[in-house]
Ligand binder design. Structure first.
Ligand SMILES: Cc1cc2nc3c(=O)[nH]c(=O)nc-3n(C[C@H](O)[C@H](O)[C@H](O)COP(=O)(O)OP(=O)(O)OC[C@H]3O[C@@H](n4cnc5c(N)ncnc54)[C@H](O)[C@@H]3O)c2cc1C
Length: 237
């Protein structure tokens, strides 16, 4: 896939949760595979100087939606770029290059996939599930998504409305106390994965989120005998 570098304009800003927003960009023609990311280059103030700073963001909208790409960003108050991106307004512009990355699936080969994520790590996996739905692909999907509280579930509506024939969504909440929540609770662990995935050795696994979570989950999968070649990781840092 050809890497493109161009200035893109913000056309919409969507509040997802209390600390996460989707920034929609007028991308023009822009080819990418579900799961890939772009590098953005924005001017930020660091150490009293204005500098151009680069960061990676997964594309959260599927390539079946033409003319735009969505980046969904969680704000870190001490962060340089996330703060800038989160506060973008319609009409703002910045440089985007991509697509990059190998966190992708092969729709002809991967007929059974398990997508595991924590927090904002849901972004490339949402792109995958929306793509599979839009193309009506014959792929078995189990998304296992962990959020701190019900208020932190990014793309809750899209997840609830995804009625694709072979896609199942499994949400878990790690801090349920004080919230109304009737679903699964606790971190994604061996017991949870074994309960959801019937034949553990059949699917390909895609893990995305904070480095610690991704690496611990990969270790867990390897520990139950899943071959390395069937596990793909995307670490957000
Ligand atoms: C391939 C890839 C795809 C990514 N996709 C997305 C995406 O879709 N959405 C998204 O929001 N982010 C994504 N990220 C993370 C993103 O690139 C930035 O690292 C993130 O937005 C923080 O950047 P920053 O400049 O604001 O923080 P920095 O200036 O780099 O960090 C400053 C401080 O911010 C805080 N901080 C930064 N990152 C974290 C963290 N992960 N956990 C806890 N505290 C942190 C810490 O206090 C840190 O000391 C992705 C990363 C990679 C590698």
């Amino acid at each position: 896939m050809t890497v493109i570098k161009r200035t893109m304009k913000v056309t919409n800003v969507i509040d997802e949760t209390q600390d996460t927003r989707t920034i929609r960009l007028d991308s023009g023609e822009f080819d990418f595979k579900p799961g890939q990311f772009v590098m953005i280059n924005v001017e930020c103030e660091a150490d009293g100087e204005n500098k151009l700073v680069k960061r990676a963001y997964s594309i959260s909208s599927p390539p079946t939606k033409k003319g735009y790409i969505d980046l969904t960003v969680k704000i870190y108050n001490a962060g340089l770029v996330s703060k800038k991106l989160y506060n973008m307004k319609v009409g703002d512009e910045f440089e985007v290059s991509g697509p990059y990355g190998h966190f992708t699936f092969d729709e002809n080969l991967h007929k059974n996939i398990v997508l595991i994520c924590g927090g904002v790590g849901v972004t490339p996996l949402m792109c995958m599930t929306e793509y599979i739905k839009d193309k009506n692909l014959d792929i078995n999907v189990n998304l296992i998504y962990s959020s701190k509280t019900p208020k932190d579930i990014i793309f809750k509506d899209k997840i609830m409305k995804n009625r694709h024939k072979k896609t199942k969504m499994h949400l878990t909440i790690t801090r349920p106390v004080g919230h109304e929540w009737g679903g699964m609770t606790g971190r994604i662990d061996e017991k949870m994965i074994k309960k959801i995935v019937k034949d553990l050795h059949l699917p390909y696994y895609f893990l995305c989120g904070p480095t610690i979570m991704v690496e611990e989950t990969a270790k867990l999968l390897k520990g139950i005998g899943i071959d390395d070649s069937k596990i793909k990781l995307e670490r957000f840092g």
